[in-house]
Design a protein around this ligand. Structure first.
Ligand SMILES: C[S@@+](CC[C@H](N)C(=O)[O-])C[C@H]1O[C@@H](n2cnc3c(N)ncnc32)[C@H](O)[C@@H]1O
Length: 194
């Protein structure tokens, strides 16, 4: 082997070593928002804005409320609660694409300072701070969540569900609403005293 060829081979090895060393730190710098916790329990489908406002009116939201949206999608319920009803909002979604979108929308709407965005599982996230909880989930997810709502929410907290009920937990009020040529029920419960 000639001396020139050996020198080139050595240089190639060194370059490869440098690339391998650089790859570690670059991987470690991936944004936190790219973490996927696990697959969502419910597919994303935004509530129509007419439905959003009807849900907030049904719960009689005002400036003293902290409105949680468990499975918040693009953040429209929490953002509207802040912008149009003067409340504070907490937006929880397991899908980082949704929380990124909700954060951007909150900034655009000028309400980012009054909304907390959490990329968390709704079965794990803290909910005790809520005075209103909004849900647009699936029937089995509502039923799985129900014991947590009854155990952890402060008595008097209002819970509103778009579309799905909670079986034998009788709602205090049901509102029928038409949006996008579809009839939908909205349900209101109030957490009873313990
Ligand atoms: C039907 S969309 C409702 C979006 C929004 N609340 C609305 O009404 O416009 C349901 C949302 O729940 C989220 N989701 C599903 N399972 C979840 C879980 N275990 N924890 C948190 N979010 C979840 C989905 O990513 C999706 O954005």
């Amino acid at each position: 082997m000639s001396g020139g060829f050996e020198a080139k081979l050595l240089l190639a090895w060194r370059l490869l070593a440098v690339l391998v060393l650089l790859a570690g730190p670059l991987r470690a710098q991936e944004p936190v928002a790219a973490r996927v916790l696990r697959a969502p329990d419910v597919k994303y489908e935004p509530s129509d804005m007419g439905v959003v406002r009807a849900m907030l009116r049904l719960a009689k939201v005002d400036k003293n409320d902290v409105v949680y949206d468990l499975g918040c999608g693009d953040g429209r319920i929490a953002i509207t609660a802040v912008r149009e009803f003067g409340a504070r909002g907490v937006c929880v979604d397991i899908d980082p694409r949704r929380t990124a979108q909700a954060g951007a929308n909150a900034h655009k709407a000028g309400v980012a300072g009054r909304i907390e965005i959490r990329n968390e599982d709704l079965f794990q996230t803290e909910i005790v701070g809520a005075s209103v909880v909004m849900l647009f989930l699936w029937p089995d997810v509502n039923m799985k969540l129900r014991p947590r709502l009854l155990r952890e929410l402060v008595p008097g907290t209002r819970v509103v569900s778009h579309f799905h009920d909670m079986e034998d937990w009788t709602p205090q009020q049901v509102v029928r609403i038409r949006a996008n040529n579809r009839e939908r029920n909205l349900y209101l419960w109030v957490i009873p005293p313990r």
